[in-house]
Design a protein around this ligand. Sequence first.
Ligand SMILES: NC(=O)c1ccc[n+]([C@@H]2O[C@H](COP(=O)([O-])OP(=O)(O)OC[C@H]3O[C@@H](n4cnc5c(N)ncnc54)[C@H](O)[C@@H]3O)[C@@H](O)[C@H]2O)c1
Length: 221
Amino acid sequence: MSYNLLKGKKGIIFGALNAESIAWKVAEKAYEEGATIVLTNTAMALRMGETQKLAEKLNTKVIAADATNVEELKNLFEESIETLGGKIDFVLHSIGMSPNVRKGHEYDALNYNYLTKTLDVSAISFHKMMQVAKEMDAINEWGSIVALSYVAAQRTFDGYGDMADAKALIESIARSFGYVYGRDKKVRVNTVSQSPTPTTAGSGVNSNHCRKWSKRIYRLS
Ligand SMILES: NC(=O)c1ccc[n+]([C@@H]2O[C@H](COP(=O)([O-])OP(=O)(O)OC[C@H]3O[C@@H](n4cnc5c(N)ncnc54)[C@H](O)[C@@H]3O)[C@@H](O)[C@H]2O)c1
């Protein structure tokens, strides 16, 4: 059932790769609640994934952007404002990727080039996206920016590897940029800590530890 909670709001949603993606479900809900949105992902993901299918379903446009590339982010915000007919009210950063986790490098055998990539894609891209948006004054007052985090930012999970460092960093960026963006432009910045979910990025989460963690939460509740 829809309550038109986002009627008249304009949003950019990063990270819908396929129907399992968290961003995919958020985009469907936002559309259902009356928002107009633009979808974005890397050119490679747009070739390999199903984002275009979602765009057709939600009657919207897909704009390619690598979230680590400042020039592509500038173009994304420009085109989105043009497409949506005004400044942006909300942005979802639903991006994560660790070459170390993908290639099975344990935390005590990290490849440091991969670590740099993990941090850039999964955390620093959040800063880049907000810095570009703020410089362009692309977000309306009281707009909202949300990124996805994980409890591994605070606690140790075997197998989550350097993504734990990326999540600690993204939460820190949310606090620091949230202070500045709120003070200067009244834009809100938050992270949501997602529970383990079977998605392409989520396949890096060690399911045994997730099960143990869920049991522990269950025992504590
Ligand atoms: N699935 C889980 O269990 C879980 C738990 C906690 C947090 N999260 C977080 O949720 C977010 C979304 O992940 P998901 O589980 O939906 O997986 P997903 O694989 O569906 O989404 C990750 C997205 O990041 C995109 N991406 C990768 N590199 C990019 C780049 N350079 N520029 C722009 N986009 C890029 C991918 O194309 C993909 O669409 C991530 O931040 C992830 O860490 C997931």
